[in-house]
Design a protein around this ligand. Structure first.
Ligand SMILES: Nc1nc2c([nH]c(=O)n2[C@H]2C[C@H](O)[C@@H](COP(=O)(O)OP(=O)(O)OP(=O)(O)O)O2)c(=O)[nH]1
Length: 314
């Protein structure tokens, strides 16, 4: 079956809500909900198709949009390749021309159903925040890290990796236990680096795998949320094949955390993650100020160790 390319828009409002449209009666899957968009025409770039479809379907002009994830799905009627974009600015009032209804939805609390079958993983990807902080208690001390963690959570941090490979036991478990309690107390999610047993014991939300651990696995670990660090497309393909929720790719810039290695730069980052079906965080000498660059190069967001805990970065 030939592949039908589709451009689909996640229109995001400042309050974090996103738009869904209900498919009209005369289409495949009538009554199902989808992201606005439509087929890419021959010779057309997906971004141009997105801009055209939003003009035709919703009467709006896209002002700012970023490439996000690309997912494939085989329906009875078509094999589709969906190019998702996050649309963060547009002009004009919504005037729907094709859907049975439109609805603004809260991320993680969808109130309409059913969704088109291809879109389940897309909704899960949307629940990931754009900033992923990684702890460094072994370097700055457990108390200082817990204090910085609390500050960051107060300022809206939603996803944290507890990565304390160099901390001796029993301090490591004691720190991780305290950190998970704090993180979850703020309604944020905590992932434990590498140690599945510890993640289970502490009731963490999931685990984060090193590239080496990732490459040794044959199936997805049984946690709600599983991410992995990748440096090559081969590693990223393994994360995709195992059905992981997200990957972290870098180092984009040189970073002292990994022995001052050279950064690969945004262009190489963009090539590694091309057409990736799972969200990717960029890492390596990055801070929140780099978010626009990250989005322009296809990243879901930024992961950071040092800059995550700097008070002036909130
Ligand atoms: N717009 C959109 N399409 C999606 C999503 N998820 C998903 O699987 N699709 C599929 C459904 C369709 O097979 C295809 C979109 O094509 P479309 O909406 O332009 O066209 P269609 O199949 O309704 O039919 P038509 O244009 O030939 O009348 O992509 C989504 O979130 N948004």
């Amino acid at each position: 079956m030939t592949v039908t390319h589709v451009a689909a828009a996640v229109l995001l409002r400042e309050d974090g809500s996103y738009l869904l449209g209900q498919r009209a009666a005369d289409t495949f899957y009538p009554g199902f909900w989808e992201f606005p968009g439509g087929k890419v025409e021959p010779g057309e770039a997906p971004r141009d198709a997105l801009i055209r479809e939003l003009r035709e379907e919703l009467g709006i002009e896209v002002v700012q949009c970023f490439p996000w994830i690309v997912r494939e799905h085989e329906y009875e009627h078509a094999h589709v390749r969906l190019h998702f974009f996050r649309v963060t600015k547009w002009q004009g009032e919504l005037q729907d021309h094709v859907h049975a209804a439109l609805s603004w939805q809260t991320i993680g609390a969808k109130s309409v159903a059913p969704m088109l079958p291809a879109n389940g993983p897309v909704l899960k990807a949307l629940t990931l925040p754009d900033f992923y902080a990684i702890t460094q208690a072994a370097r700055i001390g457990a108390d200082a890290q817990l204090a910085a963690l609390e500050q960051a959570l107060k300022h809206g941090l939603r996803l944290v990796q507890i990565r304390e490979r160099d901390m001796p036991e029993p301090q490591r478990t004691a720190f991780a236990s305290e950190a998970v309690r704090l993180i979850q107390g703020f309604g944020a999610r905590a992932l434990i680096n590498g140690d599945a047993d510890m993640a289970l014991e502490l009731g963490a939300d999931g685990i984060h795998l090193s590239a080496r651990e990732l490459m040794a696995l044959t199936q997805r670990p049984e946690f709600k949320l599983v991410g992995a660090s990748c440096h090559t497309r081969g590693e990223l393909d393994q994360a995709i094949a195992l059905g992981l929720d997200f990957a972290v790719v870098g180092s984009v810039n040189a970073t002292p955390t990994h022995g001052m290695q050279e950064g690969i730069g945004w262009e190489a980052f963009n090539i590694i993650i091309a057409d990736c079906p799972i969200p990717v965080f960029a890492i390596g000498g990055l801070q929140r100020d780099n978010m626009l660059a990250a989005w322009r190069h296809g990243a879901h967001g930024i992961a950071a160790i040092r800059s995550a805990w700097a008070v002036d970065s909130f």
